[in-house]
Structure formats: structure tokens, C-alpha cells
Design a binder for this molecule. Structure first.
Ligand SMILES: Cc1ncc(COP(=O)(O)O)c(C=O)c1O
Length: 373
């Protein structure tokens, strides 16, 4: 067929548009060695701690899982881990998904129904947004961490919908700040609204033995569902939704990202088990806390950082090109920091996202501070 191009012109045009805007994404395979970028907050993955713990288990594993959980992929190991995860997070039921993305997609696309309302913080993660997009419920956003904005939406709409869900992250992935969980729990209780909290960046960092922020603040019983992902501080992969036994049974029956996918293989399950075993005895959480404390004590208010008590610290540098230049400057000094550009964040809100780890040294943090100055 003369003149027919294999690639639709839209994909070529959109890539070009990204190039012009300075927001073209690409994959890299080698990284500067001073890590202020990975989500491996406790070094479980990069420092081999999880691998060491796994060795102590001395397990020989089947490599593939052979089918979805509802066909041939389920096992006693799933059952054992889910029971102990539910106990660790002080709830009735826990259900493992292949990733945090799958968990959020499966939860939000299946639970809220037509006639229900979802109210989400405007900065929730893409995986939660995609789940909401697949749901038939109505969706409104409230201003980031703004309790009054949420209250106003609840009072305006509560009576027009059947069930109402509020969706937040305990620690925001691109800002590092906290949701006002105590106030949120109280508003949701009073308004008979169901609270959903994504704890991706709080597990391993907050709470006794890294149980997360909901348990640290003792509001876990107020949550309808909590999501714990394992690709960050836990150093492995996968995620669990915890909540009531009914929620677990519901997800097994209706959550498409749980039902229609091959089950997680045994080696990944054992890594999750090992990560929880490590959490309760590791000194890394304390070291991470000390580093967060040290870093926040040295950064200057003139540096325009978003306020944070978590492992994520963001310095606003408006403009894709400007923030990219600083990322490159850091890389030439062997410092690994990622710039977060629009459209991942709003235009004008581009930033350097600094992830602190238990293994970062004071010298490294001091050096970073000098670079940013
Ligand atoms: C807040 C939040 N939720 C969910 C996810 C997705 O988790 P996973 O990487 O396991 O798919 C991420 C990861 O980027 C995240 O930051």
C-alpha cells in the first residue's frame, strides 16, 4: 500500500510534542552511584538485605504459578502470608495483588458503583486515578490536604449518592507530605463515608516496626481499605489490600485485576514474607528516621522545599528544562536524583524529588545540599 506509514501519525506527533515540551520520557540502564532517587528507603533491595533474609529460609521454589489465583495459582503460602499480613496490619482480611498498580486499579474499579461518589485528593497516584476512571461512580476532587474543601463536597453531595468513598495517600508520592489522617478519619466517621488510604510510601517508614501511618496514628480501624505496596521500602514487588473479610471476598469475586491475571509466583511471595520478617528486626528504620531528621535540619527554608517528614523531599524548580538541567548537574557529580516534570506534576510545579535512605551518609546529604545551593 503506497504511502501507508506503519506508525499512526498521532503517535509520532505526540512524541514530537513531548520532545518540544522537554517532557519526553526514556528508559535508562545505568545510574549515578549516590542514590537519592530509588524508593528502596531501607536498602532491603540494593544492599542485599532481603536476599540475605531469603537465604535463611532455605526454600526451594516453583518458578511459575501456572494460573490465576482462582484457577491453579493459589497456594497455602498465599494463605499463610495473607493471614500474617492481616494480623500485622491489625485487620481481618488481606489480599495480595501482583503490584500496587493492580491493587488500586482492582479496588477502585470494582467497589464504588453507579450511584456512588468518590472524593479524592487532587494529588493521588495515577494507579488510583486509573481505577476511578474505570469505575461507574461519580468522581470529584478536593484540594490537596484541604479538609474544608472535602467537608464542603461531603455536605453538598452526601445525600444525593448511595455510598461515598474518600481516597487519599498517607504519604504523597510526588510531594512527600502527609494526609491529615486523624481529621480525615473523624470526618469520614461522622459523614458515614468510607476512607481508603494508600500507604505505599508509609510502610517501612512510619509506625511501630514500619506498620504504616494509619497504625501509627491509630486510625486503622476507621479505614475501609488500606493499600500496602512492596516495591518501595519493602524492597520487593506486589501489594496487599487490607480490610474486612467481606472486602476480601468481594475483591476475589469482582476485582478484575485480581481475577484475570496469573498469580504471583512463589519466589515473589517468599520475598514479601522475608520483607515482613526483616521489618520487625531491622535497624534500618531507625537509621532512615535519623537521616530524615538530619536532612530536614540542614535544608534551608530559602531552598523552596515542600514540607515533609517522610523519606521523600521535593525542591520546586519550575520548568521542565530547568529541573532537567539540575538533574544532569547532579548526575555529573555522581548524585542520582530524578526530576519530576509536567505532565506528571502540574506545569509550574516541576521538582527535584529526593528520596532519603537508611544507607545515605551525612557526607552525601551535605554534598547534595551544597549542589542544590
Ligand atoms: C502512592 C502509590 N500507590 C501505588 C503505586 C503503585 O505501586 P506499584 O509500583 O507496586 O505498582 C505507587 C508507585 O509508584 C505509588 O507511589
Amino acid at each position: 500500500m503506497g504511502g501507508f506509514k506503519k506508525n499512526p501519525s498521532t503517535i509520532v506527533d505526540l512524541l514530537q510534542h513531548r520532545q518540544i515540551k522537554g517532557s519526553l520520557r526514556s528508559l535508562i540502564t545505568s545510574y549515578p552511584s549516590i542514590d537519592f532517587s530509588s524508593n528502596d528507603y531501607l536498602g532491603f533491595s540494593s544492599k542485599g538485605l532481603l536476599a540475605e533474609e531469603l537465604k535463611t529460609m532455605n526454600a526451594s521454589v516453583q518458578v511459575g504459578s501456572t494460573g490465576s489465583r482462582l484457577i491453579s495459582g493459589n497456594s497455602l503460602l498465599f494463605q499463610e502470608i495473607e493471614n500474617s499480613v492481616a494480623k500485622f496490619h491489625e485487620t481481618e482480611g488481606a489480599l495480595i495483588f501482583n503490584s500496587g498498580y493492580d491493587a488500586n486499579l482492582g479496588l477502585l474499579s470494582s467497589v464504588p458503583q453507579k450511584g456512588d461518589l468518590i472524593l479524592s485528593d487532587e494529588l493521588i497516584h495515577a494507579s488510583l486515578i486509573d481505577g476511578i476512571r474505570l469505575s461507574f461512580a461519580t468522581h470529584y476532587k478536593f484540594r490537596h490536604n484541604d479538609i474544608n474543601s472535602l467537608k464542603e463536597l461531603i455536605s453538598r453531595h452526601r445525600d444525593s449518592f448511595n455510598e461515598v468513598y474518600v481516597v487519599v495517600e498517607s504519604v504523597y508520592s510526588m510531594d512527600g507530605d502527609h494526609a491529615p489522617l486523624i481529621e480525615l478519619a473523624s470526618i469520614c466517621r461522622d459523614g458515614k463515608v468510607h476512607l481508603i488510604v494508600d500507604e505505599a510510601h508509609a510502610i517501612g517508614v512510619f509506625g511501630k516496626e514500619g506498620r504504616g501511618l494509619c497504625q501509627e496514628l491509630n486510625i486503622h480501624d476507621d479505614c475501609f481499605a488500606r493499600i500496602y505496596t512492596y516495591g518501595k521500602a519493602m524492597g520487593c514487588h506486589g501489594a496487599t489490600i487490607v480490610g474486612s473479610e467481606e472486602l476480601k471476598n468481594y475483591l476475589i469475586n469482582f476485582s478484575r485485576s485480581f481475577i484475570y491475571t496469573t498469580a504471583m509466583p512463589e519466589h515473589s511471595l517468599l520475598a514479601i514474607k522475608a520483607a515482613y520478617q526483616l521489618l520487625i528486626k531491622t535497624p534500618e528504620i531507625k537509621k532512615l528516621k535519623a537521616n530524615i531528621h538530619y536532612f530536614t535540619s540542614i535544608i534551608d527554608s530559602s531552598l523552596d522545599f515542600i514540607e515533609s517528614r517522610s523519606a521523600i523531599h521535593c525542591k520546586l524548580i519550575p520548568g521542565n528544562r530547568e529541573v532537567q538541567q539540575l538533574e544532569e548537574k547532579c548526575a555529573t557529580e555522581d548524585v542520582f536524583i530524578k526530576s519530576i516534570k509536567s505532565p506528571t506534576v502540574k506545569e509550574g510545579k516541576e521538582r527535584l524529588r529526593i528520596c532519603l535512605h537508611s544507607f545515605n551518609t551525612e557526607q552525601e546529604m551535605g554534598f547534595l545540599f551544597k549542589l542544590l545551593n
